[in-house]
Design a protein around this ligand. Sequence first.
Ligand code: ADP
Ligand code: MN
Ligand code: MN
Ligand code: MN
Length: 336
Amino acid sequence: MTKYKLEYIWLDGYEPTPNLRSKLQVQEFATEPTLQEIPVWSFDGSSTRQAEGGNSDCMLQPVALYPDVTMENAFLVLSEVMLPNGTPHPSNTRATILDDPDAWFGFEQEYFLYQHGKPLGFPKMGYPAPQGQYYCGVGFSKIGSQARQMVYEHLEICLAAGINHQGINAEVAKGQWEFQIFGKGSKKAADEVWVARYLLERLGESYGIDVEYHCKPLGKDLDWNGSGMHCNFSTKEMRERGGKDYFEKVMMAFDHYKNEHIAVYGPDNHLRLTGLHETQSIDKFNYGIANRGASIRVPHSFINNGYKGYLEDRRPNSQGDPYKIAGRILQTLATV
Ligand code: ADP
Ligand code: MN
Ligand code: MN
Ligand code: MN
């Protein structure tokens, strides 16, 4: 028998943004365990805003398993929170997503690295040089001294875990970064975004660096970009049949449900979707070919392929719940 370390990960009940929580259990297995062999576990929901003290047990239902190469014989166990009767807890947004194995999602997670209450690399007083040279930049004056090491280490841990991490870039503001995650199926990319967020925050502990997911941490009045989480999406219909007619119907549905989309695209998005800094303003919906100031960007390739392929919804923000975002997009597509 071998002792395995199982780090159960779940989302707590905080509003509007859940926090990641985890606890580790050691279990013996004769051979490397599969998801089906990982036991259901419980936790004290009264400490996570998921239950009252008098009746505090919530259940952790394992839904995906990722090798954790930072330890020997270890797995990350992504879990859904269930009520003791086995039905999904109200905070369990994953359970609400329409199942579509042919839906593909690619999330571009932007975030700031923070230290001592400021973006990493900001001076003690005042501000660094204005935006311009930080995006995809190289060199100490642009990147600082720990950031690249941390985000590249994060990449290695994600890849070793089987997460479909697709790339990294330094972003427009100093201390701001992005990673991209792509997955086939309604939940796969969203699952992996949550696990990648978990791994990034956990890694930050050893660097003394926090991850700031707020969409406009430096406020809306200064000339520093906010953070988004662009959601690239496609369905089988969009990839294989497509057509201008269908595309226009999809855009009409997105226009019709624009408020419902904004409602789940992350808190404080009015601070970020101002019409400036490569965004459309929060109360408008539009789309545009290769237009980074539109709500939805239509890639050139989409038009060139006869209105087939994927679209980029640029409105979701860095603090949004990818389960809610993917779920809302599928819900709107289902009306077309
Ligand atoms: P940009 O910064 O120019 O918006 P990125 O390269 O950062 O572009 O992100 C593009 C995203 O689109 C990637 O996450 C990629 O996986 C995703 N993507 C590509 N093709 C598809 C597709 N057919 N369906 C859904 N997402 C896709
Ligand atoms: Mn990008
Ligand atoms: Mn970006
Ligand atoms: Mn993008």
